[in-house]
Design a protein around this ligand. Structure first.
Ligand code: 4G3
Length: 228
């Protein structure tokens, strides 16, 4: 998978390029992340890419031309790339969407700042608008990194055994509880079944715990599962 990221803050992406699961996947050539400084596509000497909103009001709007030119440039070497705008107005990000996107060869992520982009970008230049949740953050960069991380985890061989592809959410259930040594600490004991060595019983217990936790904490997810 190749990610191209259009941003005013390319250095923010060093956070995932330099460390952890994503860094290792890049080293192993399972994926690459290419950032594009949107200011390089500005058409004035001050390198501005935003302007005041028509109709008035607070904040600034990202202009069409620099973004359009940048996407055009990316598409010259990547004609089939899927262009995704990350915004609070997008389709909510879920496990299923991440899994679908993980099968693509190339994704371009547009990170918004200020009040977002001129609507003509959304109408003409974007294949899809995605949101990572019902809240606003100060820029699309952190959201883009969330998207890159969750998509990358679904690409074969990106996760090592030690990372483990946690399949919770694949079935709309929360994960079961986990324990490690010691067996007893301050009167808190590890559930006996986990020490029994009886794998079928352990699997059943974990499934029950998943359902119980989901019932307690996320009834909305349980409703989704029962509809399947
Ligand atoms: C576009 C994405 C971008 C319009 C971006 C704000 C939250 C999300 C931005 C806009 C963002 C999200 C930058 N905040 N929920 N901030 O995916 O109003």
């Amino acid at each position: 998978m190749r990610f191209d990221v259009i941003t005013l803050f390319p250095d923010m992406f060093n956070a995932i390029k330099d460390e952890g699961v994503i860094a290792r996947a890049i080293k192993k050539s399972h994926l690459s992340i290419h950032t594009w400084q949107l200011r390089d596509f500005s058409n004035n000497k001050y390198k501005n890419i935003d302007d005041k909103p028509y109709g008035g009001g607070a904040g600034m709007v990202m202009q069409v031309k620099p973004i359009r030119d940048c996407i055009h440039k990316i598409k010259q070497s990547n004609p089939k790339t899927k262009v995704i705008y990350i915004s609070p107005q997008g389709q909510p990000l879920k496990h299923k969407l991440a899994k679908e996107l993980s099968t693509l060869g190339s994704i371009t992520l547009l990170c918004g700042r200020y009040e977002g982009v001129d609507e003509r970008i959304i109408e003409h230049d974007i294949d899809m608008e995605v949101s990572i949740g019902d809240y606003v953050i100060s820029g699309g960069e952190l959201a883009a990194m969330v998207l890159i991380d969750t998509i990358s985890r679904q690409i074969p061989n990106v996760l090592s055994n030690a990372d483990s592809l946690n399949d919770s959410f694949a079935n709309n259930l929360l994960d079961h509880p986990h324990y490690t040594r010691p067996e007893v600490l301050d009167n808190q004991a590890v559930p006996e079944v986990l020490l029994s060595g009886h794998q079928a019983n352990i699997d059943t217990w974990r499934k029950e715990q998943s359902i119980k936790k989901t019932q307690e904490k996320r009834k909305d997810l349980l409703a989704l599962m029962q509809r399947k």
